[in-house]
Design a protein around this ligand. Structure first.
Ligand SMILES: Nc1ncnc2c1ncn2[C@@H]1O[C@H](COP(=O)(O)OP(=O)(O)OP(=O)(O)O)[C@@H](O)[C@H]1O
Ligand SMILES: [Mg+2]
Length: 463
């Protein structure tokens, strides 16, 4: 296929001029299309999407300036470069052309060399611009995708629906939120979701991990310090509250905060103002606070490790995130979500071992969604296109107590424990129910009783 250099629309009411331009351009492998008036030019430009327009100024009907203005006013033709063809060398005329949106002009009579140089330059420039615009659009799409991915909370279970609804209700307010949930249930994700759907979304979401802060630095981290406030305070420093001004402060693992810092935090939450450590100036702050903990706060209050007045200050809007074992309906969805995402990252199909979902459904998930996410990643990496036994992933999962109650603070229901225990035992016996060392014997049941329990609990041998 003979490639050409682009399509040029020639607009001139003088046929001889058009012929001449057509020949010169064709000799340099440009395709051309012609229009004899401004009105016709608008039509041709919209339907043939030329790479460039050569536009005569003096024409019957609408003149070149008006034609150019209309081209620039239309979405479809706006980005096509226009070069004016003018018989006048008057500077004012040229300026009018640029004002109308032209990128260049040629004064008649012009040299072929000059015509080709200008046409070539502007077509190349436009292609650069288009490529740039497209790259930018692609990046925007990718960024959006990352954001959406990051923010998407998967789950259709009634518990998740309730949670999503509560997030939507509390997000637009400035109320303090206390998120409680076991490790890996998505507390941080929820904090981000609240921030992202609040009016503060364009301001920072600042996170403080209260468990990771050295005791002696908690206050200076939260409230900042003045130069010389303590040994080592060589510079004035703004605290996280100040950094979050106008936005949201996420106090993660609030249960780990030292008592002395709790008193100061309480004051800041009440007064909405603070002084930097070693400073006397009072700063007003506009910060929405979201706190999270995986601890039983009540037990900590009872044990004197957490101030009850601070708890009530924080617990304005409590959000309890249920552990994964209490919303098993979500397990398959989550596996699918993480497998798809991970597969894309690894550049391989999202093929998990065949019984993976089934075993996952009966597993206790003490590490909740984070554990599930990690396990899916491991299974995808190790499977590497080869069929593997799903059981090995659940067996080799590190420090995984299969009994739900063994690992979690909140006790599972009896039925969940029973289910998990039966699935575990069946796995251990490779789903052999009867005979010596069969699952029924290990569980101290008749095989038919075990089958009955399995039916009732919806436990089926994976295919
Ligand atoms: N509903 C959900 N849908 C999709 N991904 C989720 C969901 N909940 C949590 N995750 C993912 O699980 C992982 C753990 O979530 P997150 O860090 O928010 O948990 P956490 O409760 O803060 O845990 P920890 O107590 O250990 O700090 C993250 O990668 C998060 O994106
Ligand atoms: Mg967390």
């Amino acid at each position: 296929m003979a490639t050409d250099n682009g399509l040029v629309l020639i607009v001139d009411d003088e046929p001889l001029n058009v012929d001449l331009l057509e020949q010169e351009l064709a000799a340099e492998r440009y395709r051309t299309v012609a229009a004899r008036s401004g009105e016709e030019a608008l039509k041709r430009a919209a339907e043939s999407h030329p790479d460039l327009i050569l536009l005569d100024v003096m024409m019957g009907g609408i003149d070149g300036y008006e034609t150019c203005r209309r081209l620039k006013a239309q979405e479809a033709t706006r980005s096509i470069p226009v070069i004016f063809l003018t018989a006048l060398s008057d500077t004012l005329e040229k300026v009018r052309g640029f004002r109308a949106g032209a990128v260049d002009y040629l004064t008649k009579p012009f040299e072929t060399e000059e015509l080709l140089a200008r046409v070539g330059t502007h077509i190349a420039l436009r292609r650069e611009i288009e490529a740039h615009r497209q790259a930018k659009a692609t990046i925007n799409v990718l960024v959006e995708e990352i954001r959406a991915d990051h923010a998407s909370m998967i789950g259709e279970s009634p518990a998740m629906r309730r949670l999503t609804q509560m997030i939507a209700q509390v997000a637009p307010t400035d109320s303090t939120v206390l998120i409680q949930g076991e490790t890996g249930t998505g507390k941080e994700l929820v904090a981000r979701a609240i921030h992202d759907s609040s009016a503060r979304r364009d301001r920072p979401l600042v996170k403080v991990n209260c468990a990771a802060l050295p005791r002696e630095l908690v206050e200076s981290e939260l409230f900042g310090h003045e130069k010389g406030a303590f040994t080592g305070a060589l510079q004035q420093r703004r605290g996280r509250f100040e950094l979050a001004d106008g936005g949201t402060l996420f106090l993660d693992e609030i249960g780990e905060m030292p008592l002395e810092a709790q008193a100061k935090l309480l004051r800041v939450l009440q007064e909405r103002e603070l002084e930097r450590v070693g400073g006397s100036r009072t700063l007003r702050i506009d910060v929405r606070v979201i706190a999270a903990t995986n601890r039983d706060v009540q037990a900590q209050i009872d044990g004197g490790r957490f101030r009850s007045d601070l708890f009530y200050r924080l617990n304005v809007f409590p959000l309890a995130i249920p552990p994964l074992r209490e919303r098993r309906d979500d397990i398959a969805l989550l596996i699918d979500h993480f497998a798809t995402r991970m597969a894309r990252k690894l550049g391989r199909p999202a093929a998990l071992p065949s019984r993976f979902v089934e075993l996952a459904a009966g597993y206790a998930w003490p590490g909740n969604i984070r554990e599930l996410e990690n396990l899916v990643e491991r299974a995808l990496i190790l499977s590497d296109g080869h069929a593997r036994d799903a059981a090995e992933f659940f067996d080799s999962a590190p420090a995984v107590p299969v009994m739900p109650a063994a690992a979690s603070a909140a006790p599972a229901t009896l039925e969940e424990m029973e289910r998990a225990h039966i699935v575990h035992t069946l796995d251990a016996t490779r789903w052999r129910i009867e005979g010596d060392s069969g699952a029924a014997q290990l569980l101290g049941l008749n095989p038919s009783t075990l089958r009955g329990r399995m039916r009732k609990l919806g436990i089926r041998k994976p295919v």
